[in-house]
Every structure is written in C-alpha cells, then in structure tokens.
Design a protein around this ligand. Sequence first.
Ligand SMILES: [Zn+2]
Length: 400
Amino acid sequence: MPVDWVVVGLDNGGTTNNGTILDSGGRFLLDRMVEVPSHVREGPDKAIRSLVASVEQVLGLTGVPVTAVRAVGLDTPGPASGDGVISSKGATNFGHVGWHGFDIRGALAERLGLPVIYNNDGNSAALYAHNVRFDAESGQRSSVAAIVGTGLGGGIIQAGQVVKGAAGMAGELGHVPIPLDGLLDAGQPMPACNCGQSGDAESVASLTGIQNNLLPHWLSRYPGHDLGELPIGTAAKLVRKYAENGDEMALAIFRQQAMALGRLFTIAANFLDPDEYFLGGGVVEATPHFRDWFFAEVRIHTVLREEQARAAEISLVPDLDMAGARGSAYAARDWLISQGQRVRPATLLSLGRRDEHHHGEASRLIACVLVPVRAAGRETRALAGADRVTLARHRQRQRA
Ligand SMILES: [Zn+2]
C-alpha cells in the first residue's frame, strides 16, 4: 500500500529499544514489539548508533524507504529536560558519565538528519493511551495516566498535547504528596521516596515502595510468612503473585497501593478535571480477577463530584509493551501536523507581521519541513497527506 509519509517511534529502555512506524493514514505498520539492544549503559556513542539501528530495523521490516520518514519520536526514562537533555546528575539508566547533561534528542536528530521529537517514557505512554481512547477526538480531550512500575510514572495530556512544564517536569505524578490518614496501618512508618520526600504517591504505589516501605512493615505483621525467608528485593517482586492467589498480606499491600492511586486521581480531579484517568503497569497484565479487584479498589478511592463521575472514566492503559514506541510515533505525527499548519499561506502572513526574532523562527521551521519533502521527490502527495489530517482535525474541532 503506498504511503504519503511515515513517522518512526522509538522507545529507549535500559536493555532494549523498541521501534514502530505510523503512516499518514494513522496506521501502525508493525503489530508487535520490534527490538534491538539499547547499549545505554555503554554511553551515548553506542546508544545513539543503536537507536539508528532501530530505525533501520523497522524500515527493513516494513519495506518503507527512508525518504518517506518525515520525523522520529523518541522517549527515554527520565529525568531529562522537556527536549531530551539528560539530567546533569545522570539517571538510573544513564549512569555512564557521558550521559550527564547529554542532549540525546539533538544527537539523534543530527545522526539521522531528521527532526526528532522527545518525550519521557511516562508521557509517551500517556499520549498513546490518550490517542487509543479518543482517536479522532484526541485534540479536544484531556487525560491523566499513572503507570505503576519500579517507580510511578505517568503524564498529563491536555487537548491532545503532552503537558511538559517549564523545566520538563510536569506530570511527575509519582512525586505528588498524597494524604495518608486512613491509608497507613497502625504503627506503620511514614513511607519514604527516592526523591527525598515522604508520603508521595510513588512511596506507596510502586515496586520500590513495596520493597522499601510496604513489605518490611507487613512482614512484621505476618511473622513466618513465606516471603520473609527471601531477600527483600526478590520478595517484593513476588507480592503480586501472592495477591493473585489471594494471600491476605499481599492483598493488604495492594489495597494500600490502590488507595494511594485513588487519592492521586482525586487530586488530579480537582487540579485538571480530565476526561479520562488511565491506570497502567504490571497490574494490567495480572490475572483478570485480581486486576478487576485492584481496579475496583482504585475507583472506590477516587473521589469525583457527581458531574465529574458522569463526564469521566477510569480505564487501563492498553498494549503496555508498545505504548512508549507508539506514543513517541504519535508525538512525531502531531509535531509534523503542527508544522504543516505553519506552511499554510494565511499562517505565513500573520507570522510575517511579527518581530524579526519570530519571523526568523518561522523561516527555519518551514525550511525544516520543506527540505525532506522535496528530497522525497513527491512534494504534492506528501503535502496533501499532511493537509488531509490537518483538515480532518480542524473539522473535528469545529464539530466539538
Ligand atoms: Zn518521590
């Protein structure tokens, strides 16, 4: 099937990169995980080469020519700035000294000769869930996603766009302090988070929270429990299995997690009042009876006003393994569409009336879009493809 243009989405993790392709008609050309080793622990040089290999791999598998690629979306774990500069202190996956303050987005863009759009992995997964849920209405909807893993990641999507914040740190839901009255057991110590705070959402609702805070306390309540025999890190990973089998102590731990997530969503309700609350993480892949119980517990503890309860839903993040790469692809597509709007004549005229600085900015952006289009040798079709999507979105906005 001929395509006007495609964008590539890359999800960079500690051990692998997962890649995908999204075409101008909104179709993913790969229906499964496509991975290469990420080599992030060996420093930026090897890791950037591996990201390029990931692009080549997805193009090879789909038979799409490189000239059809208009932009690449990239996500990595944080902390990083909104445009992909890794924290000057490094990060869990980016311990190699070469990463400290490294501009991973800029380096990949230079290597590929293509625009690269960056998000952290929580934001990318949030953007994917948002697009799957709202599809053509994505641009008119807002959502909050909480994804429970080693930490508690997530993101905020407003009118179809990732809310990044001034320093790139918006949507760090894990580090939002939550009320703990009625959540902690009698005598349970205040849970501590790696970020330095006590009693934030991640200190309870994460694997790290189980290992450092919840499990040590609950083991003291259940002397002789099997999990007390194991090293705490190993035991923490097994708590979900025990909960699935109805173990009382493991269920007490997950009840606390569900309560923390519900209280986090209650804060989100008052702060953002979103259309959708997404819940993701290991629990999505748990056995259905446990998953449904956990989900119901989160709902019970999410306090919405009557009007909000009618307007909003709580649901699970789909296809969690592919959510990062696919969310990155959506981010690249949305960026491409936003650039397409800038090259429309009416927009050019209004930009021309601005001061020199803005005018220069606009020219650079236009050049950046038009050059790859010409290089592909079929500018009419490529622009028509972008325009169709732009117009469709415009019509949806008018309908709404
Ligand atoms: Zn924290």
